[in-house]
Design a protein around this ligand. Structure first.
Ligand code: ADP
Length: 494
């Protein structure tokens, strides 16, 4: 385990070792070099085996011919034959060998090294050869091949079936020849093979460098393409189609880019909307105060009226700023919720109590139907914002003498708050936009009644922070119903 950690540390430190290019290079190198090394080794071994076998059969054939001559010249009894002597010399010179001719009584008749003549040699191989077998044994360590060849004579024997030819072993030749020349050839070959292999390894390294560079180039192109647009988003999407993988990376990146463009656009829109909305009350204040300044003897009533208007515009400006601040707060995460156990019936009652005087001005009746007691784990401030925004809208966009009905209910998982009014309603196509910041169905009407266009955006954010849902149904001129559903229990996410 320890060395694994160490290796990881080293890898971590040398960034190059972690690159795909380096890993591909190593793979190519291993795949290229290992087989070539094994091949050389295999070929050399095979060569040795083959050469030894060939040398053995060649010498054995010659030995068999020699054996015939030994019989012909009766060499076992009289080793003075010059022909056989010459043949023996040639054989031992040619193969750097030693030949011992052993007679029927295991006595050495002739030793080309003239050391063992007259001695008795009884070995397992010699005995087996007297049985008619030709044997050979390669002693690699000492570098020689040992062979035993029977010297057989064909004699005619009379049997019941008539005259039959029979082979009789008269003696055995014990030959040992050097395998040095084979080993020398092998060494020369090996040296040549090594040179060839070194050249091949160099070629493989070159190929591995080129290939690993070529194969990883598309990833460089991906980085380049991404870096190129880091400075600013261009409209065109980028593509590196070399591999399916790079194409996938680029597709994902283009999607991300698309999302960023949308976000950027909506941010720009929001900023321009905010400045526009903030400027409008300012412009009104400016017009009102300018007209007062330009009339030095304006009547007090006019002053009073204009100052009242100015105060109203300042209130509006204040409301927009307050709403904007609430919206910014909603942009935070669920973790910023200040959760406590809240009695929803009491909370709703409290808010409705505060709003009733406003409703009374338009003679609007507010009905609260509490189907069952509801206690929920919610952020009380945000929940109050949700209820008051929806009920305020139901009053604002209502007709005179209309009504607002608030229903609170719950099942075992969620509680629901329904706010329905008998107001002006909204056209179908407006419903998908009402949660957008600064969106109003009727801009001038909304402004007239003090709307900022932010209320529903705030409401929706607050509901989503509680992992709830908000839905709306509306019929133009008949009324609107908002339904909010929020889980009773808040589940914390880490
Ligand atoms: P505002 O401050 O203008 O009320 P909101 O975000 O609360 O902004 O609402 C957005 C728009 O949705 C309003 O301008 C209004 O046109 C429409 N709307 C909201 N609630 C109702 C409702 N209960 N009945 C009719 N229209 C509504």
């Amino acid at each position: 385990m320890k060395w694994k950690l160490k290796l990881k540390k080293i890898f971590g430190r040398i960034a190059f070792l972690r690159s795909l290019r380096f890993r591909l290079f190593v793979i190519f190198l291993v795949v290229g070099i290992v087989p070539s090394v094994f091949m050389r080794y295999g070929i050399m071994e095979n060569y040795e085996e083959h050469a030894i076998a060939l040398r053995t059969t060649t010498v054995q054939t010659q030995l068999r011919i020699l054996a015939n001559h030994l019989i012909t010249y009766n060499y076992l009894q009289d080793n003075s034959s010059e022909v056989v002597g010459a043949e023996l010399d040639m054989l031992s010179n040619l193969y750097e060998g030693r030949v011992l001719i052993i007679g029927g009584n295991f006595k050495v008749v002739k030793d080309t090294y003239a050391i063992s003549e007259g001695k008795i040699i009884i070995s397992e191989e010699v005995i087996r050869s007297f049985g008619g077998e030709s044997l050979s044994n390669y002693d690699r360590e000492h570098g020689f091949i040992e062979m035993t060849t029977p010297i057989t004579e064909t004699v005619k024997v009379m049997t019941d079936a008539g005259e039959v030819e029979q082979s009789v072993v008269r003696g055995v030749m014990l030959t040992s020849i050097s395998s040095d020349s084979i080993m020398t050839t092998k060494e020369v070959l090996n040296r040549k093979a090594l040179i060839l292999e070194a050249l091949m390894i160099m070629a493989i390294i070159a190929i591995a460098i080129v290939l690993s560079n070529l194969l990883t180039r598309p990833f460089g192109r991906v980085t380049q393409a991404i870096s190129a647009i880091k400075a600013g988003y261009t409209d065109e999407s980028i593509s590196v189609p070399d591999y399916l993988e790079t194409e996938h990376i680029m597709t994902a990146f283009n999607q991300l880019l698309g999302r960023m463009k949308v976000l950027d656009k909506s941010r720009q829109e929001f900023v321009s909307n905010v400045s526009h909305e903030l400027k409008t009350p300012m412009a009104s204040i400016k017009v009102l105060s300018d007209s007062l300044i330009s009339q030095p003897d304006a009547p007090v009533e006019m002053y009073r009226e204009f100052m009242g208007d100015i105060a109203a515009e300042i209130d509006r400006e204040n409301r927009i700023i307050t709403d904007l601040l609430s919206l910014v707060k909603m942009d935070k995460t669920v973790a910023d919720l200040n959760i406590s156990t809240v009695n929803m019936n009491e909370l709703t009652e409290l808010i409705l109590k505060r709003l009733r005087p406003i409703a009374r001005k338009k003679d609007i009746e507010i009905v609260f139907e509490s189907i069952r007691p509801v206690t929920a784990e919610v952020d009380e401030v945000k929940m109050s914002l949700i209820i008051s925004n929806l009920v305020e809208n139901a009053i604002k966009y209502n007709k005179d003498h209309g009504s607002v009905k608030v229903t609170l209910d719950a099942d075992h998982q969620m509680f629901s708050l329904e706010v329905s009014d008998t107001g002006i309603g909204m056209p179908e196509e407006a419903l998908e936009h009402i949660y957008e910041r600064f969106y109003r169905v009727d801009k001038s009407h909304s402004r007239e009644i003090g709307g900022t266009g932010l209320g529903l955006a705030i409401t929706r954010s607050a509901v989503l922070m509680h992992r709830g849902q908000i839905t709306v149904k509306s019929l133009l001129d008949e009324g609107t119903t908002f339904l909010v559903k929020v889980p009773l229990i808040h589940i914390k996410t880490v």
